[in-house]
Design a protein around this ligand. Structure first.
Ligand code: C5P
Length: 227
């Protein structure tokens, strides 16, 4: 059967990864969460005191980029790949609100983007991949056969992220999460290098009022049209 590339972009907490994982599983494709890669670089910068909420040592981070090894390792028990930073499983550590607060400023750095985009393109060279992020349909795979752009109201998105963080036992308020979602979206859409923007040929899905099942069925229908 024909193999395609599926690019899923959109705002924070629009359920991109849940949908992408489901679609990849159904098709037997590889799923790549590019947000995890930006989060892992951010986590490295935090561990090495190169970034905090009011500080960023961009020069040092750029000079240390070659020391940052990122790897996805499939965990059969979870059914998806977990993120490893220099050999250490950081899947939990990169999902905290602290990492969320710093990640968009790290993702603005062109040298960081260039390194990660190169790795992402290498992972997708044989197609049969579902990749989610902010610049997949515009920069990483501009020739992807299927491009989706996900959106939902900021409140809906913050509520989803808030529930997720509470489930993981993190202590955070709804307002903090809403503020973080809005702040990240602002930086992501306004940065100079690869801003978050819908590709001309992407199909927009506003899932504020859609169930996960409805989204999955819609996307599988769109996929079927491309195979
Ligand atoms: O997808 P997730 O919310 O985990 O992404 C975290 C952050 O990483 C985003 O807010 C954005 O700043 C950055 N990112 C990016 N380009 C991507 C994926 C994520 O700039 N392709």
């Amino acid at each position: 059967m024909k193999k395609i590339t599926i690019a899923i972009d959109g705002f924070s907490s629009t359920g991109k990864s849940t949908l992408a994982k489901q679609v990849a599983k159904e098709l037997g494709y590889v799923y790549v969460d590019t947000g995890a890669m930006y989060r892992a670089v951010t986590y490295y910068a935090m561990l090495n005191n190169l970034v905090s909420e009011d500080f960023l040592d961009k020069e040092s981070l750029v000079s240390q980029l070659s020391k940052i090894q990122l790897q996805f390792q499939f965990n059969p028990a979870l059914g998806f790949a977990e993120m490893y930073l220099n050999g250490e499983n950081v899947e939990q550590a990169i999902r905290t609100i602290e990492v969320s607060r710093n990640v968009s400023r790290i993702a603005e750095i062109s040298q960081v983007r260039a390194k990660l985009v190169e790795q992402q393109q290498a992972m997708g060279k044989n197609k049969a991949i579902v990749m989610d992020g902010r610049d997949i349909g515009t920069v990483v795979f501009p020739d992807a056969e299927l491009k989706l752009f996900m959106n939902a109201s900021a409140e809906t998105r913050a509520q989803r992220r808030f529930d997720e963080l509470l489930e993981k036992g993190q202590s955070v308020t709804f307002d903090e999460v809403l503020q973080n979602v809005q702040q990240r979206d602002y930086i992501d859409t306004h940065r100079e290098d690869s801003p978050l923007v819908k590709a001309d040929d992407a199909i927009e899905i506003d899932n504020s009022a859609m169930s996960k099942k409805e989204q999955f069925e819609l996307v599988m229908q769109l996929v079927a049209e491309k195979l």
